[in-house]
Design a protein around this ligand. Structure first.
Ligand code: NAD
Length: 494
């Protein structure tokens, strides 16, 4: 079994006698790695490394930083298959999906390569007589990035390239369920020429997170995970005086209007509902069928769902992250059936004997789900698609706006005016029109509303650059040497 250590100041650190945990491959139950769980002493060590590296890194010129970013981009692009293999081994997602995750992360690196342009301040000449004013953005210092299991490479890349490009130093605390992808990425940063200590990896659980949230030298916290933990991280981090962006869970609805192309809508519902076994914060978990198309739409979705494969050379989806999570997801299906939902496709028929030790659940389609059911109210985070039937567009809109989450949503229609109205009225951060998973490009910002985001800043894009920097405005007077004299009055602009 391999060990995955903390990576502090460019060195692997695995202290003896500490708490550890094992990482399992959920596709076969095999233990593939062991990691240390940081104690407060290792938190201090990682933060100290980031603090030590900060003064020198913030003074490194933008051209040098950009050369490293370009090299990192080239290396990652050339070796992305290696990273995808690590993701598949620890997370379980299929190779094509893992590769897709890396590619979306690469987009953030490419965005960060343009940092000199993004950091340009403004300048006003002769704002007052012989007085010029300019603005500049400065790095924060050592920052913390805490990430979830479902995108072990991409989510760390939402933050790290921008934090580094803007001159900060970083401590990343990856999910303890699939931690090795971050080590691989940080080794690659080193190969690209990033000095030791600029990005450090700290493995652990709540002890590590609490240590970072309360550490006086950590200036900001970027968190992605479930809503209860996101709320806790936001409240604890801001109480300790830090800047915090905490992205939480989701319950994404896809509205299908009666005029939509039902084949395209069914393709999208299935791809977005079951891709990555539904373990995506932008997965579609509720399809809202409007009007009299419901029977036909459900039939089309069912047909496609039944055709998905979990086996063979090129499966459509992999297992869930663990058997415990698989059982929790299965519990939602049991509950919905007991509460009166119609079970159209039952993924529980997947037998463990097909793949001993695996955490699989087949794709499951539930129809006639109502907002009172637990399967509707809670984030399932598994391959379970619920269909809610409503009569009108207005009912669909009210359903979404009454939901406590507001991460992503989509509308399928041929009616531009209806789509535009939806865009204006829906209380959700990321909206797709005939696009089921509207994850914005890296130069836009990613984030939801309501219980899907705590804090003011979304991830990456210009909001990411602002999050990792603080503004200064500088007023300068270089008077004519011929002028002079005392003036004790309050400075006036003239
Ligand atoms: P999680 O909340 O269990 O864990 C996230 C991180 O928090 C991990 O690093 C974990 O070690 C740490 N953590 C867990 N419990 C903690 C506690 N009590 N105190 C302090 N730290 C704690 O989330 P997960 O199960 O790893 O990830 C899935 C969740 O993440 C889903 O809810 C999903 O919707 C959400 N997610 C959201 C987005 C988004 O952009 N909004 C993106 C990806 C995932």
């Amino acid at each position: 079994m391999a060990t995955t250590s903390h990576l502090i100041n460019g060195r692997n650190v695995f202290p003896s006698g500490v708490r550890t945990t094992e990482v399992e491959n959920p596709a076969n139950g095999e233990v593939v790695a062991e990691i240390p769980l940081a104690s407060p002493a290792e938190v201090d060590q990682a933060v100290a490394a980031a603090k030590d590296a900060f003064q020198s890194w913030r003074s490194t010129s933008l051209s040098r930083r950009v050369q490293i970013l370009f090299r990192y981009r080239e290396l990652l692009n050339a070796r992305k298959d290696e990273l995808a293999a690590i993701i598949s081994r620890e997370h379980g997602k299929v190779h094509s999906d893992a590769l897709g995750e890396v590619t979306r992360g690469l987009e953030v690196v490419e965005f960060a390569c343009g940092i000199p342009h993004l950091l340009k301040g403004s300048f006003t000449q002769n704002a007052s007589t012989s007085v010029d004013v300019h603005s500049a953005r400065h790095p924060l210092g050592p920052v913390a990035v805490i990430t979830p299991f479902n995108f072990p490479a991409m989510v760390p890349m939402w933050f790290t390239p921008i934090a580094v490009a803007t001159g900060n130093t970083v401590v990343i605390k990856p999910s303890e369920k699939d931690p090795s992808a971050v080590n691989w990425q940080v080794e690659l940063w080193k190969e690209a020429g990033l000095p030791d200590g600029v990005v450090n990896v700290l493995h652990g659980d709540k002890v590590a997170v609490d240590g970072l949230l309360n550490h006086p030298d950590i200036q900001s916290v970027s968190f992605v995970g479930s809503t209860p933990v996101a709320k806790y991280v936001y409240e604890t981090g801001t109480a300790a005086g830090k800047r915090v962006q905490a992205l939480g869970g989701a319950k994404n609805h896809m509205v299908v209007l009666p005029d939509a192309n039902l084949d395209r809508a069914a393709d999208s519902a299935v791809s977005a509902g079951y891709g990555s076994a539904g373990e995506r914060c932008m997965a579609i978990s509720v399809t809202v069928a409007v009007g009299d198309i419901a029977d036909e739409l459900v039939e089309k979705i069912a047909e496609r769902t039944r055709g998905l494969s979990l086996k063979g050379e090129d499966p459509d989806m992999g297992p869930l992250i663990s058997k415990a999570h698989r059982d929790k997801v299965r519990g939602y299906v049991d509950g919905a059936e007991a509460e009166g939902a119609s079970l159209v496709v039952d993924g529980r028929t997947w037998e463990e004997s097909d793949q001993p030790g695996a955490a699989f659940l087949g794709p499951t389609l539930l129809d006639n789900v109502t907002p009172e059911m637990k399967a509707y109210q809670e984030e399932i985070f598994g391959p379970v698609l619920c269909v809610v039937r409503v009569e009108t567009y207005q009912e669909a809109l009210e359903l979404i706006n009454a939901n406590p989450y507001g991460n992503g949503t989509a509308i399928f229609t041929r009616d531009g005016a209806a789509a535009r109205r939806f865009e204006m009225d829906v209380q959700v951060g990321m909206i797709g029109v005939n696009v089921p998973i509207p994850v914005p490009m890296a130069y836009y910002s990613f984030g939801g509303w309501k219980n899907s985001l705590f804090g003011d800043s979304h991830a990456h894009g210009t909001e990411g650059v602002h999050f990792f920097t603080r503004g200064k405005a500088v007023t300068t007077r270089w008077g004519d040497p011929a002028e002079g004299g005392l003036e004790l009055g309050f400075p006036q602009n003239d």
